[in-house]
Write a protein that binds this ligand. Structure first.
Ligand code: PGA
Length: 249
C-alpha cells in the first residue's frame, strides 16, 4: 500500500484575519518535514491564506461547496469558483454539514462529482453517531455513506480523492476513537474502496478525524489503514498544527 499521509486542518468558523496571519507566519518560521499539510480556512480567507502560503508546501482548500454549477443559489459557492480562486481541495459531507444543513448521502455524492469535475480534490467525510455505534450499526452506516457518496465516481488516480472517517461522537468532544476502533472502520472502508476501484483502492488515503491532537496522532497514524488526520480544534494554533505535522519524528 502506498497511500499518502495527510494532515488537514478544518478551521470551521474560526480564526480572525489577524489570527490567520499570525498562524501562517509562525508556521513558516517552524522547521517541518516535507508532507501533505493542508488547511481549510473560512471561505472569505482563502485568498489571504493562498497569499501567505505562496511558494510553500501548504495547500489551501474549502470546507464546503455547492452541488450546482451556477444560478439562483444565494449564499452558495461553486466548485468552479473555488478552483479559480486557487483552492486545491474541498471537504464534502462533514458531519456538521449533514446534521446542521441537512446534507444527505445523495447531496454528498453530487458535491463529490462536482468537485472532481472542477479539478478540486474532494475529502469525503463519513461517520456514525453514538446512537448508531451503540446499536452496532457503525459499519453498516459508514459503508453505506461511502458507497452512496461514491456512486458514479470514476477515478483515474488515487490522488483524486481522499476519504475521512470521523465518528460524530468524537468530533470536538475530546473523546477520540481508540486506534483499534478507528482501524476497524478504516480497514472496512479500505475493503469497500478495493471493491469499487480495484488496486487503486489500496492507495486512496483514508484520514481519521475526531479529537486528533499531538498527544494521540502518532498512535492513530501508526495504524495500517489510517493515512492521516482531519483535525479541527488542534489545527488552530501553529504550534499544535506543526506538532501534528511532525507526528512521526
Ligand atoms: P476536532 O474536529 O478535531 O475538533 O474533533 C474534527 C473535524 O470536525 O473535522
Amino acid at each position: 500500500m502506498t497511500a499518502k499521509t495527510y494532515i488537514v486542518g478544518n478551521w470551521k468558523m474560526n480564526q480572525t484575519l489577524s489570527e490567520l496571519e499570525a498562524f501562517f507566519n509562525d508556521l513558516k518560521s517552524t522547521a517541518l518535514p516535507e508532507g501533505n499539510f493542508w488547511i481549510a480556512p473560512q471561505l472569505i480567507h482563502i485568498p489571504k491564506a493562498l497569499d501567505l502560503t505562496a511558494g510553500t508546501q501548504f495547500k489551501i482548500g474549502a470546507q464546503n461547496s455547492s452541488e450546482n454549477d451556477f444560478g439562483a443559489f444565494t449564499g452558495e459557492t461553486s466548485c468552479k469558483s473555488l478552483h479559480e480562486a486557487g483552492a486545491h481541495f474541498v471537504i464534502v459531507g462533514h458531519s456538521e454539514r449533514r446534521s446542521l444543513y441537512g446534507e444527505t448521502n445523495k447531496i454528498v455524492n453530487s458535491k463529490t462529482l462536482k468537485a472532481l469535475d472542477s479539478n478540486l480534490l474532494p475529502i469525503v467525510c463519513v461517520g456514525e453517531t453514538l446512537e448508531q455505534r451503540e446499536a452496532n450499526q457503525t459499519l453498516d452506516v459508514v459503508l453505506t455513506q461511502v458507497k452512496e457518496a461514491l456512486s458514479n465516481v470514476k477515478l483515474t488516480s488515487e490522488n483524486e480523492l481522499v476519504l475521512a472517517y470521523e465518528p460524530v461522537w468524537a468530533i470536538g468532544t475530546g473523546k477520540t476513537a481508540t486506534p483499534e476502533q478507528a482501524e476497524e472502520v478504516h480497514s472496512a472502508i479500505r475493503a469497500t474502496l478495493k471493491e469499487l476501484y480495484g488496486e487503486l483502492g489500496n492507495n486512496i488515503s483514508i484520514l481519521y478525524g475526531g479529537s486528533v491532537k499531538p498527544a494521540n496522532v502518532t498512535e492513530l497514524l501508526n495504524q495500517p489503514n489510517i493515512n492521516g488526520g482531519l483535525v479541527g480544534g488542534a489545527s488552530l494554533k501553529a504550534e499544535s498544527f506543526a506538532a501534528l505535522c511532525k507526528w512521526n519524528q
